[in-house]
Write a protein that binds this ligand. Structure first.
Ligand SMILES: [Zn+2]
Ligand SMILES: [Zn+2]
Length: 136
């Protein structure tokens, strides 16, 4: 069982998984939403996440992507997209035990910032894993 919470503790989540994928996203919108050079997150079945607390949401202009955050402290808590209607994407940093996170790849590597240096051996997808092949 995985558990997570926001900075202030008003919002919590519980998920029994399974973890569908896990990795680091270097895309510009994750970067700006989280205020960090890249974000580490993972997908779980949407129906299997139990939430407590109040969240606000930001929709993209086309309404297909929702970013959910704690209404009290603003911590980003979840990403949901109509492109993956059965998944919720949760942030590794929100885990009660962030060591549970096991990254498998880098996504949107083409947008990686030049001053981020990585030495891991994980596959590096220029875009999403659905739409691109890992770099050689
Ligand atoms: Zn909070
Ligand atoms: Zn992203």
């Amino acid at each position: 069982m995985m558990r997570g919470r926001c900075l202030c503790g008003a919002v919590t989540w519980v998920s029994g998984g399974p973890v569908l994928w896990a990795g680091h996203c270097h895309c510009d919108s994750c970067r700006r939403a989280t205020g960090a050079p890249f974000t580490s997150f993972f997908g779980v079945p949407r129906a299997g996440v139990t939430w407590t607390g109040e969240m606000s949401k930001r929709l993209t202009s086309n309404g297909r992507v929702r970013r959910l955050f704690c209404k009290a402290c603003g911590t980003q808590m979840a990403y949901q997209s109509d492109g993956w209607p059965d998944e919720t994407h949760l942030y590794a940093a929100s885990l009660e035990d962030p060591a549970q996170f096991k990254p498998e790849a880098h996504y949107h590597y083409a947008e990686k910032l030049p001053w981020v240096e990585l030495r891991d051996e994980l596959p590096r997808y220029p875009g999403s894993a659905d739409a691109t092949e890992p770099l050689p």
